[in-house]
Design a protein around this ligand. Sequence first.
Ligand code: DGY
Length: 383
Amino acid sequence: MVDKTRKIFNPSGEHRVLVTRELPGARWLEIFEEAGCRVEICSSQEVMSGDEIRSEVGDHCDGVIGQLTEAWNEEIFSALKIAGVKVYSNYAVGYNNVDVEAATSCGIPVGNTPGVLTETTAEMAVTLTLAAARRVIEADKFTRGGKYRGWQPSMFLGKLLYRKTVGVIGAGRIGSVYGKIMVEGFKMDLIYHDIRRNETLEKYISDYSRFLTEHGEKPVACDYAGTADEVLARADVVSLHPVLDNTTFHLINAARLDLMKEDAVLINVSRGQVVDEAALVAHCRDHPSFRTGLDVYEAEPDMAPGLAGLDNAVIVPHIGSATGWTREGMAVLAACNVAAILRGYPAWRKTQNIDPFLGDDPPRAAPGIVNADELSIPYYRGD
Ligand code: DGY
């Protein structure tokens, strides 16, 4: 049952904005105040159902910020349209929980929060990689459990990453940063797959490789793979960073896990449904030297039976973006999306850097509108 308590900010504001959960920081509220918005914040910790969202939106509302845990479907967008909602923003960069087509046919722009999660989420993928490869969680449990009786030559042997091959599936913002950290930090060769080649990433690695050679070190390689299968077969560590859609649902299944090296490491900080979790549990059971690190789950917050009992799995609760800076930045971008559309501002191009929105004087634009083209929203040309 949802707690109906609601916090109201700037009650005399002319535009009514509903936010389905409390967000961190104070800057996002200032942005709404500057835009003349009254902000109603639902303070429940439970995931809101469609009925509850519709009832909170009521008869009149101008803008909404929602969570990735809520399903923003056709029924909700029709209700939003009737209530006069002019813009919806997800408090997330991913928007697989939003039926963008339905929003577009209701004429509602959909916002997301790109840019501020990149390094934070890539760092979590690196954290999981190291924790899984070097068996940190198992060793921590062992030590806390009072089992450490002294140094042993063969205790908790893990996997060396240095000069091995790292695989990235989905070389967008987060996947590229993860790949670069692994190449620069551990001098790994990179093999990546994406639907399109990432020439910027390839050039970066090739320049870095030249730098290594100039300093008397062995070079590193960067290979584009035409298929995910090739990455899985060749890499020692594979990190998943694709967008979740029909083509990437269960991209990692039993057959693809079988392509991987016996002692490979598989990391997922993208979306849980990219992996057939039951197949992964079975694979981890059958291959004790295989390791996985997961931030996301197929049916969050639930996990596949057996996953929590595996020693060769490191599992954390969808905290890839959980740093104060990022979560506050996400709130700022979501607020800028809603406030900008309510003020009739244009959209920021997807390729543009969002940093200016994090300063005191944000551009007069909506930083992340995913259906701007479909709704013919003009693009920002300068203040
Ligand atoms: C997102 O924004 O899509 C992330 O999954 C939140 O951590």
